[in-house]
Write a protein that binds this ligand. Sequence first.
Ligand code: XLS
Ligand code: NI
Ligand code: NI
Length: 438
Amino acid sequence: MSEFFKGIPKIKYEGPASHNPMAFRFYNPDEVVAGKTMREQLKFAMSYWHTLCAEGADMFGRGTADKSFGASEPMDLYKKKAYAAFELMEKLDIDYFCFHDRDIAPEYDTLAETNKGLDEITDLIADLMKQSGKKLLWGTANCFNNPRYMHGAGTSCDADVFAFAAAQIKKAVELTVKLGGRGYVFWGGREGYETLLNTDMALEQDNMARLMRMTVDYARSIGFTGDFYIEPKPKEPMKHQYDFDVSTALAFLRKYGLDKDFKMNIEANHATLAQHTFQHELAVARINGVFGSIDANQGDMLLGWDTDQFPTNVYDTTLCMLETLRAGGFTNGGLNFDAKTRRGSYEFEDIFYSYIAGMDAFALGLRYADKLIRDGRLDQFVADRYKSYRSGIGADILSGKATMADLEKYALQMGDVKKLSSGRQEYLENIMNAVMFG
Ligand code: XLS
Ligand code: NI
Ligand code: NI
């Protein structure tokens, strides 16, 4: 196969002083940070949809980037995309990829024909994986683009649509297993509502859970041992999505008994759309045992939609990696760049500059998170802040020994709470800067 990204070399680590734009300054794959190589800690993945498919179209204009790869007909196009994907991963030294069924092969008029195309392309992808050693982080089904999903997929008012979505997901799961994927994602872009005036929310949520239960049972029956993920997002395209944020998705999983099989795939830009920080969503997942995988990107605080920008904000990547290290690192999950170049960054070089920027920003985040943990002042501050629970009345509260009557007696004798300790937010923010830049 010919080279698609001509003139772009294999990207290597050259250190912070390098001015070579086609080099890593902070991502040094084989360097050990926090007990593992950066490659193992960060587990970077390429998103097939943004990288090989998205051409920069927006609400007001068509695409600006050409991703036709010189192809003449649909199957030829998707084969070329596959070769281009593996060339790009090789050049960027990215070990994993993620895909939707409709990113990798054309959708034809019938499901049978579409599935045939998927079989052929996944044979090719399996070969390319074998040759290169690249791995599948997770697969998913695109149940949002086709007009049949206008009212939802699993939550559609039309049972034929539910059946079609189930068939599509069954195939996507089979392909994920065929390619050795360690994860399967549900992102419910159309699983929600535009108006409650036409919506039976109870039935829709029951059906969404039914579809997930069927998927888990089927996938386990064909040997899938990886994790299922819900990827929370509050809105866009639907006005209200049922998988709003980590807490909402967790309550849903627990209600339907799906919490043993599912974890969260947390996307930075979705967190901010839900009016949370990225760190908040990661922390909620971590403390509830559902920290799974990450869709690494960043939004623009002045815009109210999912801009899917490559992550370059080092404070965010640092806090993200701090939560990741606290969670014990990734097991089946990883850092998938669910991110695209800006519309004006339309050349192939821009894709490489973007991935380099994102990988370097996360490498810095990992280095700083490790430094913050080793420095210890932040963790020590938090431990001290709650020290009143380690002895006396606090210890009795935690152990369950203290009753309300005991606490009343204690409070009466106390008269009032004595001097409280300061939260010291600014002091802590300054420590963070001192550790990062010191
Ligand atoms: C869209 C989502 C999507 C999922 C996979 O906002 O982020 O890209 O990651 O379907
Ligand atoms: Ni995503
Ligand atoms: Ni998104």
